[in-house]
Design a protein around this ligand. Structure first.
Ligand code: HEM
Length: 351
């Protein structure tokens, strides 16, 4: 693949370079290792297997039995956050039942009910444009309002979003492979969240929804501004920007049984680092497998993200509300205290 095909048109190449900094700076050693090894679908490093290829990624999520409560996995972190038995760490009939309950809240009618709430936040907060305006607190409020409505919580939306972010950051030290330091304040951060959301399922949904949204929306807006794509804003552009930024770049999992993936053996107990960013072909301007790449951002199989439609609708509305102002990025600072790569500050304005 040519450098042009990888980077795309020149303004997109610049937007990609700057977005890549967010991703690399959050966990430099881990992400540099992943970038260096991405040309092989599977790379074994002792008991750890890096899974880069789109086919291999899908195979693991749909065919390989996974130990959903193992340490250093999303399910394991969720189990400790919520005392277990909630979606990420569930399997079989109990998991299907939990998904059905959530589908009612996150399906088409659920999204239609929530939409006016986040649109009101956008209308009020973006009235400050042409700015300068920091988009991070705007998205935090939008995510908090959505999470509060989803869970029926009376908590202040921005406080709820902050508590969900801190609990996720504290858990991330345990959840990502051991290249990252462990957090000692995990219990306190979880306590602050459960004080606001006593129901463990509510707490888990808030963590899943808030952290992805707060990471994804500002990165997509920054890309749009830097690449001059405001005139193109549409639901399709939202899907493309989610693929290009891949907000949850890796999914840490553990194999529960021996299996073969992309022709290579995987052993029970192997730590699997599923690189969603590479399965989504985020490094390519034009993906080779567009449908699979767009889905990879949200996982695959029985645990695939149930909030995908909500996330796409929020990003579409966020970009559409910004587009008439055609804001430029005036200043950006990467967040070093977030579970997912994102901004602590994204100041936009006329420039
Ligand atoms: C850009 C935004 C988002 C991204 C990139 C994202 C990505 C993901 C990914 C990769 C997974 C794991 C899938 C797998 O294991 O196959 C997941 C699971 C999940 N997500 Fe999302 N997500 C986003 C937004 C949301 C929102 C807004 C909600 C809720 C309102 C949500 C709720 C969940 C839940 C509950 C799960 C666990 C599902 C299960 O284990 O059965 N997500 N998400």
């Amino acid at each position: 693949m040519s450098a042009r095909a990888e980077g795309g048109r020149a303004p997109d190449a610049r937007a990609r370079r700057l977005d890549r900094r967010v991703y690399l700076r959050s966990h430099p050693a881990l992400f540099a290792l992943l970038s260096a090894t991405r040309h092989r679908p599977l790379v074994r490093l002792g008991g750890t297997v890096l899974v880069h290829g789109p086919r291999a990624y899908r195979e693991v999520l749909t065919r390989v039995p996974l130990d959903r409560t193992a340490e250093h996995t999303t399910g394991g972190a969720a189990a400790r956050l919520t005392e277990g038995g909630l979606l990420f760490d569930q399997d079989g009939a109990a998991h299907r039942e939990a998904r059905r309950a959530l589908a009612e809240r996150l399906g088409g009618p659920g999204v239609a009910r929530l939409r006016p709430l986040w649109q009101r936040v956008l209308e009020r907060r973006l009235a400050e444009l042409p700015g300068p305006l920091d988009l991070v607190p705007v998205v935090r409020e939008l995510a908090g309002v959505t999470a509060a409505a989803l869970t029926g919580s009376p908590a202040d939306p921005s406080a709820l979003a902050r508590a969900a972010a801190e609990a996720a950051f504290a858990a991330a030290g345990e959840h990502l492979p051991s290249l990252l330091p462990r957090r000692r304040d995990a219990a306190a951060a979880t306590g602050r969240l459960t004080a606001l959301l006593p129901d463990p399922l509510d707490a888990m949904v808030a963590v899943a929804a808030v952290n992805t949204t707060v990471a994804a929306l500002p990165r997509a807006a920054a890309w749009c501004a830097r690449a001059g794509r405001w005139p193109e804003v549409s639901p399709e552009l939202a899907v493309e920007l989610l693929r290009l930024t891949a907000p949850t770049p890796i999914l840490p999992r553990v194999a529960a049984a021996d299996a073969t993936v992309a022709g290579c053996p995987v052993r029970r107990g192997d730590r699997l680092v599923l690189v969603a960013r590479h399965a989504a072909e985020a490094h390519r301007a034009v993906p080779e497998h567009p449908a699979a790449a767009a889905q990879a951002v949200f996982g695959a199989g029985p645990h695939a993200c149930p909030g995908a439609a909500l996330a796409r609708a929020q990003l579409t509305d966020f970009l559409a509300a910004l587009a008439p102002h055609r804001p430029r990025v005036l200043k950006a600072r990467v967040d070093r205290r977030s579970a997912l790569p994102g901004y602590a500050l994204l100041l936009v304005g006329k420039g």
